[in-house]
Design a protein around this ligand. Structure first.
Ligand SMILES: [Zn+2]
Length: 65
């Protein structure tokens, strides 16, 4: 029953656990983006997105486990 997530912008599928987690963390929406599109959407770059993911993981965020 695991839901398959697709990037709302470019259609990449399936999205990784990290991508899904960061979407849930940063966006309060039902639309999910891959890391690339999310970085563009938030006007940042992929490297800072990855750093954020690591930060959340260090905080023990359940969304990434
Ligand atoms: Zn995408």
């Amino acid at each position: 029953m695991r839901r398959i997530y697709t990037c709302f912008s470019c259609g990449k599928t399936p999205l990784s656990k990290d991508e899904i987690g960061i979407n849930k963390k940063l966006l309060d929406a039902d639309n999910f983006y891959c890391l690339e599109c999310l970085a563009e959407y938030l006007e940042t770059d992929i490297e800072s997105m990855k750093e954020k993911i690591e930060e959340f993981k260090e905080q023990g965020c359940q969304l990434f486990s």
